[in-house]
Design a protein around this ligand. Structure first.
Ligand SMILES: Cc1cc2nc3c(=O)[nH]c(=O)nc-3n(C[C@H](O)[C@H](O)[C@H](O)COP(=O)(O)OP(=O)(O)OC[C@H]3O[C@@H](n4cnc5c(N)ncnc54)[C@H](O)[C@@H]3O)c2cc1C
Length: 457
């Protein structure tokens, strides 16, 4: 009898315990969030992914960046390893920090959301304002003069790539880095499931509800060429030229830029020829040179025995000396580097041989798809969206060719998708026209006042 009661109690206790375990156990919830593949981890793709993944979407970003994501917001940091098989060794430059594409950030007055982002970056020390009077205008006729502007320009003390790193620091999205989504078969619209299949390095990376194209140039053009999203593809078709007609032309047009970084012993002839507070200068009326910056005066460096200067060419110069970006022939590297150094000598009345004799290391890079010479203007947003095929597009060419433009375009696309909560039933940005971008003349850095076309940003 006692035994029977004991057994009964034991069974009851077991049942209570099982019930309690069930109630208290961490619940595995399968929240099926809509999935998004973002192809391109530049500032546009990252700003879009950051916002989308904070609210409602499950996002994966694919980016080719070998060392880091960020695209044209690119910096070299001490200790960066060269590409496998790359025999070009940079014993001096590899010890310094330098930005070899975008150099500075401006905040157009009407870009309110980007203004807040910049303020936030500034408050955390990711960005800092250039000292007043340290950015110059360099013409051919008169000595360099400080650029007069009411709008501050910003730099990232750790290198401009720091803003991309910040966008991915606390990410809620997946980043697949050093992954090139091949234009020939990288994305495929599966009609039956109404999803986009993304494939890279010979394997399927997933089937996604939405596809976002966050890059431009030949790659994006080819990637979408056989997709059913024909209208999107027609806008991604691209020309390469250093100018566009006054009416903006009828196709996206990208200009190329050479970036030459040189390492010279400090103090150099160049730094002696320039004002003490000179950090960077826009070069005008020069067919070869567009911008000059002293990376030592701009960025935090641990070694100061040498100076690193970066010279950016004009798009016209890059067009005249066109070469394959990935496999630049040695003769082109030599010819272009010497021409840029000689042009700098001419500009400051320094014998090119003297400048050259101080160079202990140099690195030339061609940015083939550097700067959109025209931008797409539509009445309803700085991005594209095709609701039938669930594909969005963001990037600098949809607003203005700058970091501000790229960030804002990505963010506007994300806002649109977040507001719709997966119920995206309208096309955006598809009627519109290309207009000539005046800002491309200044690498996207504008000191101009309100641009009516960007007032919605
Ligand atoms: C030399 C130079 C100087 C500049 N100076 C300034 C400046 O001082 N200030 C300023 O505001 N702006 C400047 N700009 C412009 C600015 O850098 C760009 O407007 C901005 O960074 C563009 O961002 P994005 O995200 O639109 O494109 P991107 O930065 O081009 O990002 C696209 C990303 O997609 C990746 N990608 C491409 N194809 C694939 C694929 N198939 N699979 C996976 N990933 C892919 C690319 O590798 C890249 O990382 C400069 C640009 C250049 C080239």
């Amino acid at each position: 009898m006692i035994c029977f009661t004991f057994k009964k109690r034991q069974t009851r206790n077991k049942a209570i315990l099982a019930l309690l375990t069930l109630c208290l156990a961490p619940r595995v919830t399968h929240t099926l969030r809509p999935t998004v593949a973002v192809i391109g981890g530049g500032i546009a793709g990252l700003s879009c992914a950051e916002k989308l993944s904070q609210q409602y979407y499950d996002v994966t970003v694919f980016d080719t960046g070998r060392l880091r994501a960020g695209g044209r917001c690119a910096s070299r940091w001490p200790g960066d390893q060269p590409k496998e098989g790359d025999r070009s060794h940079h014993p001096f430059l590899s010890q310094y920090r330098f930005d070899h594409a975008a150099q500075a950030i401006s905040v157009p007055p009407s870009f309110y959301a980007f203004q807040n982002q910049v303020k936030e970056w500034e408050s955390r020390g990711v960005l800092r304002q250039f000292a007043k009077g340290s950015i110059y205008q360099i013409g051919s006729a008169q000595p360099p003069t400080p650029l007069s502007s009411d709008h501050p320009l910003y730099f990232a003390p750790d290198g401009i790539n720091a803003i991309a790193m910040d966008l991915i620091a606390n990410r809620k999205f997946t980043l697949q880095q050093d992954v090139w989504v091949s234009p020939s078969n990288g994305v495929k619209w599966i009609d039956k499931s109404q999803k986009w299949r993304v494939q890279a390095k010979g394997e399927v990376r997933g089937n996604f509800d939405y596809l976002i194209i966050a890059h431009n140039g030949k790659c994006a053009d080819r990637l979408m060429s056989s997709s059913p999203a024909k209208e999107i593809h027609s806008l991604l078709r691209v020309n390469f030229a250093p100018t566009v007609p006054a009416n903006g032309g009828n196709r996206m047009t990208l200009g190329s830029i050479y970036s030459l970084s040189v390492c010279v012993k400090s103090p150099s002839i160049l730094s002696k020829a320039l004002p003490d507070n000179f950090v960077a200068g826009f070069i005008s009326e020069n067919s070869n040179l567009g911008f000059l910056v002293c990376q030592n005066r701009k960025l935090a460096q641990s070694d100061t025995t040498h100076e690193v200067w970066t010279i950016l060419s004009t798009p016209k110069f890059a067009k005249r000396h066109k070469a394959p970006q990935e496999f630049m022939p040695e003769e082109t590297i030599e010819e272009v580097s010497l021409l840029l150094i000689a042009s700098l000598g001419d500009l400051f009345d320094i014998a090119p041989e003297s400048l050259l004799s101080e160079v202990v290391d140099r690195r030339l890079q061609l940015w083939g798809a550097a700067i959109p010479m025209n931008v797409w203007r539509s009445k309803d947003g700085a991005f594209l969206y095709d609701c039938e095929h669930k594909v969005g597009v963001c990037g600098d060419w949809l607003l203005e060719p700058s970091i501000a433009g790229a960030w804002t375009s990505g963010r506007q696309l994300a806002d649109f998708m977040v507001d719709a909560k997966g119920d995206l039933k309208k096309n955006v940005g598809l009627p519109g026209q290309f207009v000539r971008s005046t800002r491309s003349q200044r690498l996207g850095i504008t000191t101009a006042s309100r641009d009516p076309a960007s007032s919605k940003a």
